[in-house]
Write a protein that binds this ligand. Structure first.
Ligand code: GN1
Ligand code: MG
Length: 379
């Protein structure tokens, strides 16, 4: 729930010593945490967040991961050649009491540094932007790929494990979709026709949905530190040059497959209408943007991607939009308990956008596979 402005100012003040806070304003449009920009005259602006402890039941572990990657990346950046382009990692700002966070009742607050003079985009328009976003993700992965996964906690069990989301969907269906159960197809936002279509869409892909987890279990794909949520608006671009300079929203950093990140970044970056569009028929996966994004990614990631990693890229791209659609759809059926929504039926609309995107990826499979092979040969 939202805190009154005076409360936010009081909480923000515990992270900035004697400097008076002037404004605390909502920042970004996250679906999970509450995020604010804190400003005052004699201080650097910073980001204040209230972590969603239903989603992140052990927020201290989230902070531990953030501190671990800061130490690693700061060390790497100090040793890097001065010729490497600017790169920043948001830092944890301790409270005045010296703790890296603040707990008040149920609320878990933390402050992180704000990367100034940057912009972010909700949808990509040009190949130049796509190349930068891809480069940003590649740089992030490259900086972290030599951090041993044992140093990172699993803060969000089951995150991006598609078979787990399918099992949850089936469990929700067993109650929410059964005849006579409460919430079975009526109530605000429910839409039996579109839901039936979505159920079919999921059923036709259920068997394939374990593809990445199977490859991981066989030892074909290794765990590495990943971002977990690299949608395009989490990549900050230098306001003057347009170059990617930081990835933000680091709560989901944990061990995982880089495929989750690559697929997530592409499902977000190659959907020119953005994930909140209501123009469903026009949703499509843009191959030009995909090529540019992967070129930017490969410029740095070729140093650590293996042939097996390359083999699963098509599946990753297809899977992550399917998976997000499935997560939105399940939450719609469950009564919108996970993702913040702004209107009845919002999660169903979001789900259909992702399913439409997955269908567009499938329709372009041949071309997309040829593009991936071309990019791999270039390296
Ligand atoms: C959530 O809160 P936000 O917008 O950063 C979600 C991501 C989804 C995204 C879709 C922890 O991220 O996985 O891709 O919504 N984060 C979590 O917009 O579930
Ligand atoms: Mg996020």
């Amino acid at each position: 729930m939202a805190e009154p402005a005076s409360e936010l100012i009081r909480i923000a003040s515990t992270f900035c010593g004697p400097h008076p806070v002037q404004t605390v304003s909502p920042l970004g449009n996250g679906n999970i945490n509450s995020t604010y920009l804190v400003e005052g005259e004699a201080m650097e602006p910073f980001v204040l967040q209230r972590l969603n402890t239903t989603v992140f039941p052990q927020p201290e572990l989230v902070m531990g991961n953030l501190l671990a990657i800061s130490r690693h990346v700061e060390g790497r950046l100090r040793r890097e050649a001065a010729a490497e382009p600017r790169w920043e990692l948001p830092r944890v700002l301790p409270s005045t009491g010296g703790t890296p966070w603040l707990v008040e009742g149920e609320a878990f607050w933390r402050a992180i540094s704000f990367v100034p003079a940057t912009t972010s985009l909700d949808a990509l328009e040009t190949p130049t932007q796509a190349r930068e976003v891809g480069y940003g993700l590649g740089r992030f992965h490259e900086l972290l790929h030599d951090l041993p996964c044992e140093q990172l906690a699993d803060t969000l069990e089951g995150f991006h494990i598609t078979p787990g989301y399918l099992a949850h969907y089936q469990a929700v269906c067993a109650t929410a979709c059964s005849k006579g159960a409460s919430g079975a197809g009526d109530g605000p936002g429910r839409d039996p026709d579109r839901e039936t279509w979505a159920h079919h869409f999921v059923a036709e892909r259920a068997e394939w949905a374990g593809v990445l987890e199977t490859a991981k279990a066989r030892g074909e794909l290794p765990l590495r530190p990943i971002h977990g949520d690299p949608k395009v608006n989490n990549v900050l671009l230098d306001a003057a040059t347009g170059q990617a300079v930081a990835l933000v929203d680091l709560d989901t950093v944990k061990p995982g497959l880089v495929h989750y990140d690559i697929g997530d970044c592409l499902r977000s970056g190659c959907n020119p209408l953005g994930e909140e569009t209501s123009d469903l028929e026009k949703v499509h996966f843009d191959l030009g943007l995909c090529e540019a994004l992967l070129e930017g990614y490969g410029a740095v990631a070729h140093r650590f991607l293996s042939p097996a990693d390359h083999r699963y890229l098509y599946d990753a791209i297809r899977l992550l939009s399917f998976e997000l659609g499935l997560r939105f759809f399940t939450d719609h059926l469950a009564g919108n308990v996970y993702f913040h929504t702004q209107r009845p039926g919002h999660n169903l609309d979001r789900a259909l956008v992702q399913f439409q995107l997955a269908a567009s990826i499938e329709a372009q499979e041949g071309e997309l596979r040829r593009l991936l092979a071309r990019l791999q040969e270039k390296r």
